[in-house]
Design a protein around this ligand. Structure first.
Ligand code: ATP
Ligand code: MG
Ligand code: MG
Length: 554
């Protein structure tokens, strides 16, 4: 096992194991709200919680924080499960905050009876007005001293939907002068006459996050409940609520905080990602430009690359922005070892070998992956007419241009050395054909003196009569600026990159004819590509996952 120093979360756990906790006490949870698809920020939280589970051999629950029926849907529950599984993690139990609605209600009733909660019948503006400011104490609601009987009666009516939506809320009776604004009689329940994706119309009241979250942790005996930093001031309230529902000697969960992870040139917020989907800026939650786990998957990212990314950035106490190039580095590193090498030409121009026999075809051997000995070799067809990349030819070129030009030699990968001879142009002066000659003795791998001759450049190519046309989708950053949502004046949508998707038609070698959805390849010199879910035999579609940093020079 890799020796790494403990991060501050692991240090907290190690301290607890020395003092208050036994190893068997450890239990974690990942608690997404099913109001959207998981994104790369969630991957950090997933890797943190499930990673601790693996490290301490402790259970990790997948808990859906489904307390807001307005935004939550079964579609999102299903997508979240798929994503966590795809990342390679297994939860001990699948839990739902909605499964605790009855328990939460019973506890709330007890709190009313104990004088710890009351029904407030003011509107939200009045309640906000009375909250005060951090330096000015709040004012008590006129309903704060309502009788227990009246509170119980109203609360039951709220639950049954017999009162109107905005008429009442249930508030905890804590301290209107607390220096922590969250302790100034926070709302526990609001009326929402909405159908819930799991509980249907059983409940016309729904618990607030602060009331449901710690209680869910308590019910599940979670030892450490990790959340992002903005919840730090909620910790006092978390503890207060847990105290109210627990007895002396009960196992008490602990909330601890870590910094939210941000990725450059994108947004990691389900609410904002939803806007991109709803406004049609992207095609769907799994659009390959999205920083969602499903988008990254469709783009060609592997679970390993995302886990490596999360491990590399680790966890922090302070928020910062991680450069997207780190994520790209992680996928390149993974695909470099695993992706078969193939040839595909994205911007084709025809190359005619004038001294090659008309109608002849040769099947040349080429290696599938130089990084993987077991990957073997395959045969690729060669003929008189080939496609090469338009940018790989210049009529005249300086000494630094190691590709093809007139009078200069290059090698065609796994084939022959050729020399540029002349060009054919259309009426606009655009090159339609490049004519060259080849050296028949220079065949790669033949061992001949000519084959060992050093030439500066090697080009990829495909044979015109054998090539398969394919749609190729090239992606750029979704936003033009590093941090689109940190501008206070402007809406993040103003920074959308209008050129984030470019669709082209290219040609690929015939071995790709039957390439299946999600298969990954390195198109030599052009990058890593993944077969899109819209691809089919006869209608191939590739996503460029990421470009290559370096082109090979062999
Ligand atoms: P969003 O604004 O995208 O909805 P959220 O925090 O409201 O984010 P949840 O579904 O509540 O989303 O998140 C589930 C868990 O993932 C929480 O514990 C949350 O703290 C964590 N999480 C969410 N976003 C990030 C992030 N960017 N970096 C690290 N952890 C995150
Ligand atoms: Mg949340
Ligand atoms: Mg949220």
């Amino acid at each position: 096992e890799e020796k790494k120093s403990l991060n501050f979360i692991e240090q907290i756990i190690e301290e607890d194991l020395k003092s208050t906790h036994k190893k068997d006490d450890l239990k974690f949870r990942f608690p997404p709200e099913p109001n959207g698809y998981l994104h790369i920020g969630h991957a950090s939280s997933i890797c943190l919680n499930f990673g601790l589970g693996e490290r301490y051999n402790a259970p990790v629950n997948l808990r859906f924080d489904d307390t807001n029926p307005i935004k939550e849907e079964q579609e999102f529950v299903d997508a979240i499960k798929e994503d966590v599984l795809w990342l390679g993690f297994k939860w001990a139990k699948e839990c739902y905050a909605s499964d605790y609605f009855q328990q939460l209600y019973d506890w709330a009733v007890k709190m009313i009876k104990d004088g710890d909660a009351y029904v407030d019948s003011q509107d939200s503006a009045a309640i906000a007005e009375q909250k005060g400011t951090p330096i000015k104490p709040g004012v008590a609601s006129p309903y704060r001293e309502r009788s227990v009987e009246e509170n119980l009666e109203l609360f039951e009516k709220m639950k049954n939907g017999e009162t109107s939506e905005g008429a009442h809320v249930l508030r905890a009776k804590i301290d209107m002068a607390s220096s922590n604004m969250l302790m100034r009689d926070p709302i526990m329940y609001r009326s929402l006459h909405k159908k819930h994706h799991r509980t249907g119309n059983n409940w016309m009241i729904y618990p607030m996050y602060d009331w449901a979250h710690g209680e869910s942790d308590f019910i599940e005996s979670i030892s450490h409940s990790f959340c992002t930093l903005e919840f730090l001031p909620h910790r006092e309230l978390y503890n207060w609520f847990v105290k109210k529902v627990s007895k002396e000697g009960d196992f008490i969960p602990k909330q601890r905080e870590f910094a939210r992870r941000n990725l450059s040139h994108t947004v990691v917020s389900k609410r904002k990602l939803l806007q991109l989907v709803e406004k049609g800026i992207v095609s769907a939650w799994d659009d390959p430009r999205m920083p969602t786990i499903s988008g990254l998957r469709r783009r060609g990212y592997t679970p390993m690359s995302i886990r490596k990314f999360a491990d590399t950035i680790g966890i922090a106490k302070r928020e910062n922005i991680i450069d997207a190039s780190l994520l790209e580095f992680c996928i390149r590193e993974d695909l470099n070892k695993t992706a078969p090498r193939v040839m595909g030409v994205l911007d084709p121009v025809k190359l005619v070998i004038t001294n090659y026999e008309e109608g002849k075809e040769e099947w040349l051997e080429t290696e599938n992956n130089p990084e993987d000995e077991k990957a073997g070799t395959r045969k690729i067809p060669f003929s008189k007419e080939l496609y090469i990349e338009r940018e790989d030819f210049k009529e005249e070129a300086n000494r630094k241009f190691f590709r093809l030009s007139l009078g200069k030699e290059v090698r065609l990968k796994s084939a022959y050395i050729i020399k540029g001879e002349s060009v054919v142009k259309d009426e606009n002066g655009e090159i339609t054909e490049i004519h060259c000659t080849y050296d028949p003795k220079s065949k790669s791998g033949s061992g001949s003196e000519e084959s060992l001759r050093k030439v500066k450049g090697t080009l990829h190519w495909v044979s015109v009569p054998h090539a398969i046309e394919a749609e190729i989708r090239l992606y750029d950053r979704l936003f033009n600026v590093e941090s689109p949502d940190s501008d206070k004046e402007k809406d993040f949508l103003e920074f959308v990159n209008p050129d984030s998707l470019k669709v082209i038609n290219g040609f690929v070698e015939p071995s790709l004819e039957g390439a299946g959805v999600a298969e990954k390849f390195q198109f030599q010199r052009m990058g890593y590509f993944c077969v899109d879910k819209e691809s089919s035999k006869g209608n191939l579609v590739f996503n460029r996952t990421v470009a290559l940093r370096d082109s090979w020079a062999k």
